[in-house]
Design a protein around this ligand. Sequence first.
Ligand code: SF4
Length: 91
Amino acid sequence: MSGEGSPAAAGERQEGVFIDVEVSEQIAGDAELARKLQEVCPVDIFSASEGRVEVVRSNLDECVLCELCLEAAPDGRLAVKKLYDGTELRR
Ligand code: SF4
């Protein structure tokens, strides 16, 4: 039997297809930074949950590459990865 398109959406994960954000462990537990990131990101990719930096995965692809999160975080501790071309934004 052919023409049975593969069921790609098994489990329907709410993750970014085009964008991923990487938060290093050194800043993940910084409550003040978590609040700051939640405040600066225009598309709510960060959530300050229980004093930790949480990435709202379902919003990842809304990223507008404004770099405000990179400016808010200490250098090198946060990266915005462009999965579609393999490059990343980092300070
Ligand atoms: S680059 Fe801008 S839109 Fe993207 S995660 Fe950072 S603050 Fe949010």
